[in-house]
Design a protein around this ligand. Structure first.
Ligand SMILES: [Zn+2]
Length: 134
């Protein structure tokens, strides 16, 4: 994986997603867990989509999972991805039980592959969590 910072377009942190992005500065994948029903919540929200609970606590995750779905892109969706093709948009089922959308750069994975985090540095000090085969 390339270690130089890349100008990949990513969301600006909002009030609700700021803790998530702050954790990426130390290459830690975090997710909210509902204090009431104990289910993981992805993406960051103010209210649990499962039970309506409004107390959501951040916790670190392993970053390990299994590929649930893959879409391989041979043409870049944005100019910033021109040097990355082919790249894959993936759904990963994390071992903790949540499903997250992300990318795999390089050789496309297959459904069922075990993957782990591959952090991509961003110019502002954050890191983008992508995945690679393990
Ligand atoms: Zn809940």
């Amino acid at each position: 994986m390339k270690e130089d910072a890349r100008p990949i377009p990513v969301p600006e942190p909002s009030a609700v997603s700021a803790p998530y992005w702050d954790a990426t500065k130390s290459k830690t994948l975090t997710m909210q867990r509902c204090v009431k029903c104990r289910r993981l919540v992805w993406y960051p929200r103010f209210v649990c989509p499962h039970c309506g609970g409004d107390e959501l606590a951040w916790e670190p995750l392993s970053g390990r999972g299994v590929v649930y779905a893959v879409s391989v892109h041979h043409r870049p969706a944005l100019p910033a991805f021109a040097d990355e093709v082919p790249y894959s948009v993936v759904l990963v089922d994390l071992v903790e039980g949540a499903r997250i959308m992300s990318n795999v750069f390089g050789t496309p994975p297959e459904v069922g592959d075990e993957v782990g985090l591959a952090w991509v540095p961003l110019p502002d000090g954050r890191n983008l969590p992508t995945f690679e085969r393990r």
